[in-house]
Design a protein around this ligand. Structure first.
Ligand code: PLP
Length: 388
């Protein structure tokens, strides 16, 4: 048991789970650039943990330890992107196996999984997993090897009841994998709710500064064969994060709880503001009491409902794009979880055929002052000519 096991997440993050640079005494770790490590004249490694940089790096292990502590996991692996992490866990499904995954999630995940399943002749069931009863039935009927859910989902902000999904998976021996990117380990800890694996695009709020691509997988039972296969695959196939990126992640995570607190506070105020606005049709944010799964979100998210929300404006695509164009402060950019707020017209990114409404806008709210954010949104809504 490490001395950090009993401490609050804010303390774990601020101290980066206790990392110090033993060689120099520095409270910040160095960035290693070495790809190989020396042996002595007896051919023993100077540091038995380090052989070759493809899977041996103090700074990568240190970053993994922080996430491991925050997730209350048995083991954590970093990957060079969120998609690399998702791909690593999906590759554990045998050829001809069965996967059940959530519909209407991050488009990059959907697209990759659909193509992967065709290539590997994997039977895939794509369904709305926010309906706990329907999910329970589908898991019992199809007995998939893996059930992948994303909660809150991007961009619909649907909520999956993780504890209920976990019970359904346990009954038939399925593995529950949760993409918890929009919740972060601060707001939700899926492993504590019974998930087998929790995944993050650490590119988003975990890093939080829009300057690192990274992905994580954390597991509740590190002795499980599928996990050992992932460990071996990462080492042998080489989907490794760079040392500089791992170092930046450690730096970014020190303020993760603090950033989330501010982002959640700002987001709830903005969601309420939009919800009351005459030019806004619907707001999708689990923190609103009117959200379909507000009760489930309250049960499984602690300390806030996240920084991600979507809303539709009355009118048409032009009105939505005019709103984006009128923003002075909030950046028009893809991605989410950064300290700076961004807006995205998802249909432009995903294409018409994916069912994303032309009037839907996704906001990722940052740490700016709430008054500045609301006045930017207010003046942009003023410029568009639609109403109910
Ligand atoms: N999961 C979610 C919910 C995402 O929003 C994204 C990216 O936007 C990913 C996974 C993929 O992560 P990355 O861009 O780090 O590969």
């Amino acid at each position: 048991m490490s001395k950090f096991d009993d401490l609050d997440q804010a303390t774990i993050a601020a101290h980066a789970a206790g990392i110090i640079d033993v060689a120099s005494g520095g409270i910040v770790p160095p960035i290693q650039t070495s790809t190989t490590y020396v042996r002595d004249r007896e051919y023993r490694l100077l540091n038995p943990d380090n052989v070759y940089a493809r899977d041996n790096s103090d700074v990568v292990r240190a970053a993994e330890a922080v996430i491991n502590n925050l997730e209350n996991a048995e083991d954590t692996l970093l990957f060079p992107s969120g998609m690399a992490a998702i791909a690593a866990v999906m590759r554990t499904i045998g050829n001809g196996g069965t996967l059940l995954f959530q519909s209407g999630i991050y488009w990059g995940t959907t697209k990759w999984i659909r193509e992967f399943c065709v290539r590997r002749e994997i039977r895939s069931i794509e369904m709305d997993c926010s309906n706990a009863h329907a999910l329970d039935e589908a898991i019992a009927r199809h007995k998939p090897e893996i059930v992948l859910v994303e909660t809150p989902s991007n961009p619909w902000l649907k909520i999956v009841d993780i504890a209920a999904a976990s019970k359904a998976c346990t009954r038939v021996g399925s593995r529950l994998v949760v993409d918890s990117t929009a919740a972060t380990p601060i707001l939700s800890q899926p492993l504590n709710l019974g998930a087998d694996v929790v995944m993050h695009s650490a590119t988003k709020a975990i890093n939080g500064h829009s300057d690192v691509l990274a992905g994580t997988l954390s597991v509740s039972d590190k002795s499980a064969t599928f996990w050992q296969n992932i460990v071996t695959d990462r080492h042998d196939a080489g989907a490794i994060i760079g040392n500089f990126e791992a170092w930046l992640l450690i730096r970014g995570m020190r303020t993760l709880p603090l950033r989330l607190q501010r982002m959640c506070g700002n987001s709830l105020k903005i969601a309420k503001y939009l919800d009351a606005h005459e030019k806004v049709e619907t707001v999708f944010y689990p923190g609103l009491a009117t959200h379909k799964a507000h009760q489930v979100a309250t049960k499984q998210m602690t300390g806030g409902f996240g920084h991600l929300m979507s809303f539709t404006v009355f009118g048409n695509k032009k009105n939505a794009l005019d709103f984006c164009g009128a923003l002075n402060l909030i950046h028009r950019a893809t991605s989410l979880g950064g300290i700076e707020s961004v807006v995205e017209h998802r249909q432009t990114i995903e294409g018409d055929e994916t069912g994303i409404p032309e009037t839907l806008l996704r906001l990722s709210i940052g740490i700016e002052h709430i008054d500045d954010l609301i006045s930017d949104i207010a003046q942009a809504l003023d410029t568009i000519s639609c109403s109910s």
